[in-house]
Each structure stands twice: as C-alpha cells, then as structure tokens.
Design a protein around this ligand. Structure first.
Ligand code: LMR
Length: 424
C-alpha cells in the first residue's frame, strides 16, 4: 500500500510538473492579430483626443449632429415588448414570426415561393452570421466548391469564407478609372467561371464601392447565371439604404427569382432598422420544393446548434413587432427613407464643397454612387494623411461612410480631402 502510494504520488508530481510546464507555454506562440480594417478604424478614432476628429469609417448611421440613432418605430416596439414576454430560448432556427416577415421583404409580400414553403430560412446573427452559416453549409454539402467574390468587397466576406474553409476566387466588379461598374469584365468572369460556380453578389448598395448594376445589367447577369448554372448568394445588408425604398432595393433578387434561380440570401437589420448591436438577421435558401426546404432548414439549424445553440430573442421581437403591425411598418418605411435621404443630401454637399474649393479632380462619382458609402478614390497614403493631419478616420481603401458626414463637418471634410488630393 505504502509502495503504491509512493509510486502514485511520484506520478502525480511528475504529471503536475508537466502540466505546469505546458500550461506556461500554451499561448506562447500567439501573436497579436492584425487590426480589423473597418472596426480598427473606430478604435483609433475613439483613442484620438482631438476635438476636430471625424469618423467616416464604420458604416453605422448617425444623425446630422453625428449621434447614433434609435428609430422611433424601434422605441415604440420596445415599449410594447417591455415586461410583456418571457425570456425563453428561441427555437434553433430563431423566431418564426421574424423570419416570416423578413422573407416577405426579400422575396415580396405575395411571393409564391413563400406560399409554397420552398424557402429554407433561419434567424441569423445579423448579415455576418447569415453569411457564415451559409458558408459552412456550402462547405458541408458542396465540399469541392469555391466562392467567387467581387473585387473589392466588404473585408469581412474574405474572413467568413476563409474560416468556413471554402476556397475563394474573385471576379471583376469596380472600374478604377470610371469609379463605376466594370460590367464587361464582370460578365467575362461570370462566363469564364466553371459551370455551377457559387457567386457572392451584393443585392444593393455595394459595400465598399456604392456601385450597383443597373436593372438592365442585373437582367443580363441573371441570364448569364442561368446559362452557366451558377448559384447566386445575395448579401443584402442595406435594403432600403440604396433608394430609400426596401421594395426597390430588392430588385436584383426579384429579377433572379423571375428567372427561376434557386438563390441564397443574407439579410440584416443592422442598418435599415439601426439594430446594429442586436445582431438580428436571416439566412434563406430557395429550394426545389417544400420537402427539400425542410431538409435544408434542419441542416442549417444543425450548423447553428454547436456554434451558438439558438439566436438571441430581443432583436427578433423588435423586428417582428414592427413588421407585424401596419402602422409601425409604415413608420419604419418613413424612417428608412429619411436616413437614405440624409445620406443622399450629404453626397451632394460633399461634392459641392469639393467643387467650390476648385478641386482639379472630378467628384461626380460621389453622387453617382449609392448607399452608405462613397468609394472616393483616395489612396491609402492620402487616407493616412487625412488621419494624421486632420483627424479624419476612414478605411485605408478610401471608403467614406456618408453616414458619418454631417452639415457641421462636411466643409471640414471637403477641405481636408481637397488638401490631400489637389496635387495628385
Ligand atoms: C461596415 O462595412 O462598415 C459595416 O458593415 C460594419 C462592419 O461590421 O464591418
């Protein structure tokens, strides 16, 4: 017995030495991660003590005083929800009511696909979560597939499909000289991709460029997708922000549906309802029939379960309360339009200010582009200059978030842009 105790305490001692040694070295190889190219800008902005500082980095709407906005329809929904409901888990696929209302926004109030229950849809953690769920689903059920991503795109798209281990390819999108769409090269890339490829498309208000195909161009894209048997995955993060009208902004998707495509779609309420931190959105996949939709939904739920089990309830309640009540929905539509209109006004103001300063460059693209962003054409060095000398914060690709431009700072911003770009 004494012998046995001696041996086991020796084993214990040596294994705990091992444990101590390995514990101290567990994270020794961990290097700091690179700063996020978008959210890192906010961090730098917050750390700057200058009273002149301007944040046109992250795409988050501000009012004309530069303050975050909570929509009145959201406040009213919160009043109705408060104290009225329990805090039970949602199902793995999220709020059925929220998902139903969300599908109507993307697919149309009278969509036959909805009536025929052909859409597999789950609540997602905003647009990012919806994209990530889809990327994992794509990897699981089409393991050899790739995703074609526009150049440029929202930086996080690359991270999402990378972490889902889906190989990425790119397709032409933005035309450097015209600061518009490179439609011819985009169509070539669509034609040259192997049949049955997956493509990521921005449904409207392309981030970061603010450049969308025209209706006619969408029709041609859809036609070519049909010819090639490609799969279109739409990221619709800005429905309502392009034109001020969510119906109009869903046009690209509706064109694809008219042509009979089985699409996928990520929706988010971050921007159009201002529910940024609530992380509420939806992933939908159009299927051949109801049976397939049931199967696909069950698999999407199974992907969600080990990741976060089920989505949060509060944001979903806000959305379903607003969209389920005709008066609140009307108020929401009015408020989205007001946000879009303020941004359109700021585009004009920024361009006019630059022109008044006698800028030798053309700033027409500021008003040609749409949505929350202007892809200014400023170089990374010019952006650094703006930050270091003028305390103006934006992503280094030259994207200006018009949501951060106000009547109070537009003159300062224009002047600084003029200073850094006039000798270019
Ligand atoms: C942006 O592009 O600024 C937003 O979509 C915020 C984000 O998460 O990157």
């Amino acid at each position: 017995m004494a012998l046995r105790t001696g041996i086991s305490s020796r084993i214990l001692r040596s294994s705990s030495t091992f444990a101590l040694r390995s514990m101290s070295s567990w994270w020794r190889n961990v290097e700091p991660a690179a700063k996020d190219p978008i959210l890192g800008v906010t961090e730098a902005f917050l750390a700057d003590p200058s009273p002149d500082k301007v944040n046109v980095g992250v795409g988050a709407y501000r009012d004309d005083n530069g303050k975050p906005v909570v929509l009145e329809c959201v406040r009213e929904a919160e009043r109705r929800i408060a104290g009225n409901l329990n805090m039970e888990y949602l199902p793995m696929g999220g709020s059925v009511k929220m998902v139903e209302e969300t599908l109507k926004l993307a697919y149309g109030e009278n969509s036959n696909l909805i009536k025929d229950k052909r859409i597999a849809a789950v609540q997602a953690l905003s647009g990012t979560g919806a994209c990530r769920l889809f990327a994992d689903f794509q990897k699981r059920f089409c393991p050899d597939s790739q995703i074609y991503i526009p150049v440029p795109t929202w930086a996080n798209h690359h991270n999402i499909w990378r972490d889902a281990q889906v190989p990425q390819r790119t397709f032409h999108y933005y035309h450097l000289e015209s600061k518009g769409l490179d439609f011819a090269s985009m169509m070539d890339d669509i034609k040259n991709a192997p049949n049955g490829s997956f493509f990521l498309l921005h449904a409207c208000a392309h981030n970061p460029t603010g450049v969308d195909p025209s209706e006619e161009q969408w029709r041609e894209i859809s036609y070519q997708f049909k010819v090639k048997g490609h799969f279109a995955f739409f990221d619709m993060a800005y429905q309502g922000f392009a034109s001020g009208n969510p119906e109009r902004d869903a046009k690209s998707i509706r064109i694809f549906l008219e042509d009979g495509h089985l699409i996928g779609c990520a929706q988010s309420y971050a921007k159009n309802m201002g529910l940024y931190g609530q992380r509420v959105g939806c992933l939908s996949v159009v299927c051949e029939d109801e049976k397939q939709a049931v199967a696909v939904k069950s698999q999407l739920q199974q992907i969600a379960r080990p990741m976060y089990s089920n989505p949060p309830v509060h944001g979903a309640l806000i959305v379903s309360t607003i969209l389920g009540d005709p008066d609140l929905k009307k108020l929401w539509l009015k408020e989205v339009k007001a946000m879009a209109d303020r941004i359109i006004g700021m585009r004009t103001a920024l361009r006019e200010n630059l022109e008044k300063l006698g800028s030798p460059l053309s700033w027409e693209h500021i008003t040609n582009q749409i949505g929350m962003f202007c892809y200014s054409g400023l170089t990374p060095e010019q952006v650094d200059h703006l930050t270091n000398h003028f305390h103006i914060y934006m992503t280094r690709n030259g994207r200006i978030s018009l949501a951060g431009v106000t009547t109070g700072n537009v003159g300062y911003l224009a002047n600084a842009i003029h200073e850094v770009s006039k000798s270019a």
